[in-house]
Design a protein around this ligand. Structure first.
Ligand SMILES: NC(=O)c1ccc[n+]([C@@H]2O[C@H](COP(=O)([O-])OP(=O)(O)OC[C@H]3O[C@@H](n4cnc5c(N)ncnc54)[C@H](OP(=O)(O)O)[C@@H]3O)[C@@H](O)[C@H]2O)c1
Length: 257
């Protein structure tokens, strides 16, 4: 147990973040798990302990609040963390004109501001320890604007762009950055975003593929479905991608005003 390294995973209670917890535990990491739902985190921690002998330190905080993000950073400062996986995030959907602005601002705070705030601290910790890994979450919607998910897709474009920028800057400090850009995944995301995830993949395996790609690729599109969707879209001009994604998102949100 003493030989285990530590990983920080936000959004650890569900979906993709939970998949990362299990994969990292399998790879001999202890875990600092962050999310708001203490029950789910406790369940994860018990299972991980039983299956892999993993030690978990659980932090239940709302990461859309900058003061709470500071609390998370403070609570983790005595752990020698070598990888951070910043999966906490959510989406909104529908016409921008109908979405309460506070929902959009909370989403920007969680999906973008918290990521920048946590990375800003960890790039310095990683620089001091001589090595580190950062996993960020973009999306298939990050590569063009998308109607009915205008702010959400913009938060993911922000992350994709941010990841690409720091990827290059941080190489000299031996810090690896990867952007994970999934297509539709069957997780807690769809119900919170009010998107119907008809054609979607399970989160299982996303972590394995992403962790294997760190240091080799800047962006990973995990799973066959994401890969097919992404590469067929990637060859198209942005204008056509926008039309196709607008149609897909329109179908996924047809019950949302
Ligand atoms: N699912 C998809 O189709 C898809 C596709 C592309 C990209 N992504 C991205 O992948 C990431 C993970 O999504 P997912 O599919 O795994 O969704 P998920 O199952 O809904 O998980 C989201 C996680 O974020 C946590 N979270 C939400 N609000 C939070 C807050 N205010 N403070 C702290 N933690 C919070 C949730 O825990 P609590 O509710 O317990 O706080 C949960 O652990 C997100 O960044 C998402 O944008 C998802």
């Amino acid at each position: 147990m003493q030989n285990k390294k530590w990983a920080l995973v936000t959004g650890a209670s569900s979906g993709i973040g939970k998949d990362f917890c299990f994969e990292l535990a399998k790879r001999n990491f202890n875990l600092i798990q962050v999310a708001r739902s203490s029950d789910l985190l406790n369940q994860n921690a018990e299972l991980l302990k039983e299956k892999f002998g993993t030690e978990s330190f659980l932090i239940c905080e709302d990461l859309s609040n900058r003061e709470k993000v500071k609390v998370v950073l403070e609570k983790t400062k005595n752990y020698d963390i070598s990888i951070i996986v910043l999966a906490a995030g959510f989406g909104t959907s529908g016409d921008f004109i109908n979405i309460p602005v506070q929902d959009e601002l909370n989403m920007i705070d969680l999906n973008c501001a918290a990521v920048v705030q946590i990375c800003s601290e960890f790039v310095n910790r990683f620089k001091s320890r001589g090595e580190g890994k950062i996993v960020l979450f973009s999306s298939i919607v990050a590569f063009q604007g998308v109607a009915k998910a205008a702010t959400y897709s913009a938060t993911k474009a922000f992350i994709q762009s941010f990841a690409e920028g720091i990827y290059t800057e941080l190489k000299k400090f031996n810090i690896s950055v990867i952007s994970c850009a999934p297509g539709p995944i069957d997780s807690g995301f769809g119900s919170r975003a009010k998107m119907s995830m008809g054609l979607s993949a399970k989160p299982d395996g996303i972590a394995n593929e992403t962790l294997n790609a760190i240091g080799k690729r800047l962006t990973v599109r995990p799973g066959l479905l994401s890969e097919i969707l992404s590469y067929s879209l990637a060859t198209l001009p942005r204008f056509f991608r926008r039309i196709i994604l607008n149609k897909i998102m329109g179908d996924m949100t047809k019950d949302v005003k």
